[in-house]
Design a protein around this ligand. Structure first.
Ligand SMILES: C[S@@+](CC[C@H](N)C(=O)[O-])C[C@H]1O[C@@H](n2cnc3c(N)ncnc32)[C@H](O)[C@@H]1O
Ligand SMILES: Nc1nc2[nH]cc(C(=O)O)c2c(=O)[nH]1
Ligand code: SF4
Ligand SMILES: [Mg+2]
Length: 248
């Protein structure tokens, strides 16, 4: 069984230690694993190298195949586990791309890691549009679910998501993290919250941006909107610390 990962440089799988930069566990030391491929295609995606390959215009369509890319590498699950364990993880963040596209391999990887580190805590970053298999719901401690608003440009795909969002909202393991670029987005978050009964306690808003300047500018009014609506606010610590750099 194998996993397809993103790469930092050709041939080097994107497995790295860093502080969690976003959401409910921001500031925690973690090991990150970034998987390749995504079912969506967000206009402002900061990791488009995980899915935008040559000749691949609509990656979430089944009729398009992915071309080989130096931005991805396939490893046996056992090899991926060894590389992760070498970094002595206490908490793991599995991200992408969309990690739930490789759920069956993750259901092999996580128990393998826990055999070596029984107390290992595991988070998954997901766009919330791929149904998580039961085994994954059991194995993972925390899901950082980032449903995409209309400004992401995934309109026709997002029409399929509503039922799933209701399920995520009902799970105490799911924390919502909405990427916001302007006040229209704030209003859309409020609508989704009401429609799917997302508890404010588990709802974060996060500014869209890949530079400190943009994040600071947007944080000023977004912090106010969070206060008005009773939501949580999260910055993107890693961008301030390291910039928009692979493997950080
Ligand atoms: C690259 S995604 C990978 C996981 C999954 N595909 C998702 O979208 O949740 C990781 C996180 O980064 C966020 N993100 C991506 N590009 C961003 C940007 N330009 N500004 C702010 N957040 C961004 C996503 O919304 C998500 O919360
Ligand atoms: N430090 C750090 N924190 C993160 N939180 C979510 C990330 C992601 O890309 O999913 C991320 C990332 O890439 N780096
Ligand atoms: S869902 Fe996540 S990885 Fe996929 S395009 Fe959007 S932000 Fe990027
Ligand atoms: Mg990121």
């Amino acid at each position: 069984m194998s996993l397809t990962l993103a790469t930092t440089t050709p041939g080097e799988p994107e497995i790295f230690p860093s502080l969690q930069g976003e959401g409910p566990s921001a500031g925690r030391p973690c090991v990150f694993v970034r998987l390749s491929r995504c079912n969506l295609a967000c206009r402002w995606c900061d990791t488009a190298y995980t899915w935008r390959f040559t000749g691949d215009i609509r990656p979430h369509r089944d009729d398009l195949t992915f071309e080989r890319s130096e931005n991805q590498i396939t490893l046996d699950v056992r090899e991926a586990a060894m590389r992760i364990l070498a970094l002595r993880p206490t908490r793991l963040v599995i991200t992408g791309g969309e990690p739930l596209l490789q759920a069956p391999s993750l259901a092999k990887l996580i128990p393998m890691l826990r055999e070596a580190v029984p107390a290992l805590e595991v988070e998954i970053e997901t766009n919330g549009s791929v149904p998580p298999p039961h085994a994954i719901m059991q194995l993972v401690d925390q899901f950082n679910v980032s449903p995409k608003l209309s400004h992401s440009g995934n309109a026709e795909h997002l029409a399929l998501v509503p039922e799933l969002l209701r399920d995520w909202a009902a799970s105490p393991k799911a924390w919502f993290k909405f990427v916001v670029a302007d006040m229209d987005d704030v209003n859309e978050v409020a609508e989704l919250q009401a429609m799917y009964r997302i508890p404010s306690e588990r709802l974060f808003v996060m500014p869209e941006g890949t530079s400190s300047e943009t994040l600071r500018e947007r944080s000023k009014w977004l912090a106010g909107a969070a206060l008005t609506h009773g939501w949580r606010f999260t910055d993107r610590l890693h961008i301030h610390l390291y910039g928009d750099t692979r493997g950080t």
